[in-house]
Design a protein around this ligand. Structure first.
Ligand code: CA
Length: 593
């Protein structure tokens, strides 16, 4: 058995101690029509006095038109306030804060949420979700942010529930089940609000769950449609059958599709011009691909779902019959390229894809990492990878329990993992937090058992180079060329943000929050936050001041699954802190905050 499972067991066993004191509050009234509207959410990318969506807009471009802070004055950026997440629950903090009506909403490790005064950091209320024993988060007890609608703040929890709280009081308004946590379902992504629907995925691909995308009435939590992302499973619309996903047994053998994975664990983006929700799907289960010959749709894909009907309009599979846990969950970011309506995705498998967002046609695919052992390229005619034959051996053909081991790059933690890239309409570049690492991987026999790891694989992750693993890379989507890169010793695990001030922001496990020149990649500013940064930046303007926020708190999948790389980062201090920055005007002025 893998080391990671024993580490995970330790985490889960602590949860009962740490969460026993909290009580779930129920009731609190119905969401009013006032507050955050669909129109405001659709406009979020261009409004600067609020941040209503994780991703700074439904496209998830993570770009702000603000330029008060820019390449010329970034040296004057200083802390305005900080807030400690407190307690003993200092694990990975992968959240992005939301800002509305003078309040900041932050989610934290162990399914916690805080409302703060956005100008001063003063806590207004907090919510600590009561987690049951036996939850099975695969990759740390993290959360990646909330969603706002009406007077509600909505977020998902590690026991696979979706909870809506009143923005002013923190009282629970509704609380809905997304999946059975005892079967391995959990939830860590930020929900997406489109046309009054709250759109969510699920986590649990390492336990043989069945991936899906749900749309609920955001005001009440009532399910409107559900679309499974594994071939053979029935979708629903308002409680009625809504057609099977794909065609049963077309790309899956026998009964393997019944526990087929394809977890939608990173959530979705949306493009209003085509009415499509874009959700990435994870690995087919189990990892041992010898047990499931075929493409295994719709795993490791971008799935485009019609938000009105809950049906798949198109899909693009980046890693057919995935053998390396190359979850294709990575965010699909709609943008316009030379007048064409397209989208881009930097996949865990190491390729950067540009795809027509209306019909799913592949336009371009190019590597964004230095080494790919599994494929030499992507055939633009068929859209399929040109495989190099570097698959682990079949254990059923070997004499022992273990099949032949191969060395694969990228590792299963990916050329890029969950941490979102950003786009700048000013430079036309994407800024990709990439990692250079490989793994020994081999297969073992496995059968499905509810609530148990369903991998049939063993592995050990190794760095490819001595001097760096992480590399923030500016990529021109027209050519696929890397325009500049900024290397980092430890693997990058935090989100990226661009601003009209020609700045690119991201954090490092070494604890730095950094700003780069968007055109040249020159590092212009850095600040030591006291713990590793794996959060997602946000920026807004309030009373004429531009603020920039980032969560600090080391954790996530690398320390749990990283093999030799985990050893490299084992001494990083844990934490849990929101840092907010502004331009320094005078010492007295900053002190007043
Ligand atoms: Ca996976």
């Amino acid at each position: 058995m893998m080391k990671a499972i024993s580490v995970r067991g330790t985490v889960a066993s602590r949860i009962s101690l740490w969460c026993a004191g909290t009580v779930l509050a129920l009731g609190g009234g119905v969401a009013s029509a006032a507050g955050v509207t669909d129109a405001m959410i659709k406009n979020d990318a261009v409004t600067t006095d609020q941040v209503l969506t994780v991703g700074l807009g439904l496209h998830g471009q993570r770009h702000s038109p603000l330029k008060t802070i820019n390449a010329g004055n970034i040296g004057d950026l200083v802390p305005a306030w900080t807030f400690s997440f407190g307690g003993e629950k200092q694990r990975g903090q992968e959240t992005q804060p939301l800002i509305y009506d003078g309040k900041m909403f932050i989610t934290g490790s162990y399914s916690r949420l805080w409302a703060l005064d956005a100008k001063t950091g003063k806590m207004l209320w907090d919510y600590q979700h009561r987690l049951p024993d036996g939850i099975m988060p695969c990759c740390d007890v993290i959360n990646r942010g909330a969603a706002l609608f009406g007077d509600l703040v909505i977020f998902g929890t590690l026991d696979a529930r979706l909870v809506a709280l009143n923005q002013d009081t923190g009282k629970v308004v509704w609380n809905e089940k997304l999946g059975d946590y005892k079967a391995g379902y959990s939830y860590t992504a930020a929900p997406l609000i489109v046309d009054g629907l709250v759109i969510t995925g699920v986590s649990g691909g390492e336990f043989g769950i069945v991936g899906k995308v749900d749309a609920r009435d955001a005001a009440t939590g009532k399910l409107v449609w559900s679309r499974p992302t594994v071939e053979g499973h029935m979708g629903t619309f308002k409680g009625k059958d809504n057609g099977i996903t794909g065609k049963t047994n077309a790309s899956w053998p026998g009964d393997m599709w019944k526990y087929g994975g394809a977890a939608t664990w990173l959530g979705c983006t949306y493009a209003d011009d085509v009415g499509l929700v874009y959700c990435g799907t994870g690995n087919p289960a189990p990892w041992n691909a010898h047990l499931r010959p075929g493409d295994n749709l719709y795993s490791t894909s971008t799935v485009a779902i019609d938000v009105k009907t809950g049906k798949i309009r198109w899909s693009y599979q980046s890693t057919p019959n995935d053998h390396w846990d190359f979850d294709g969950v990575n965010e699909f970011i709609p943008f316009d390229m030379d007048g064409k309506k397209v989208g881009a995705k930097a996949d865990r498998n190491g390729f950067f894809y540009v795809i027509d967002r209306a019909n799913g046609k592949l336009i371009n695919a190019s590597p964004f990492v230095t080494r790919q052992t599994w494929a030499s390229g992507v055939d633009l005619k068929t859209g399929r990878p040109i495989e190099s034959g570097n698959r682990p051996g079949d254990p059923s053909q070997a004499s022992g329990e273990k099949g032949e081991s191969v060395f694969s790059a990228p590792s299963f933690l990916g050329g890029k993992n969950w941490m979102p890239m950003a786009y700048s309409p000013d430079t036309g570049y994407f800024y990709v937090p990439a990692n250079e690492w490989g793994m020994d991987i081999w297969n073992e026999p496995i059968t499905y058992k509810k609530g148990a790891a369903y991998l049939g694989a063993g592995f050990n992750i190794k760095p490819l180079y001595e001097d760096y693993i992480g590399a923030l890379r500016a990529i021109d989507p027209r050519t696929g060329k890397i325009v500049w890169e900024a290397k980092n010793d430890a693997p990058l695990w935090g989100g990226v943000m661009t601003t009209a001030g020609d700045l690119v922001f991201t954090g490092t496990p070494e604890g730095y929050f950094k700003a780069f020149d968007a055109r040249t990649g020159k590092e212009l500013w850095k600040f030591q936050t006291g713990s590793g940064v794996v959060g997602q930046p946000a920026t807004w303007e309030q009373d004429g001041v531009q603020y920039i926020a980032i969560a600090s708190g080391w954790g996530g999948a690398v320390p749990l699954w990283g093999g030799d790389v985990a050893k490299k980062v084992k001494d990083i201090s844990q934490g849990g802190m929101m840092w907010v920055f502004r331009l320094h005007e005078s010492g007295a002025d900053v002190a007043k905050n």
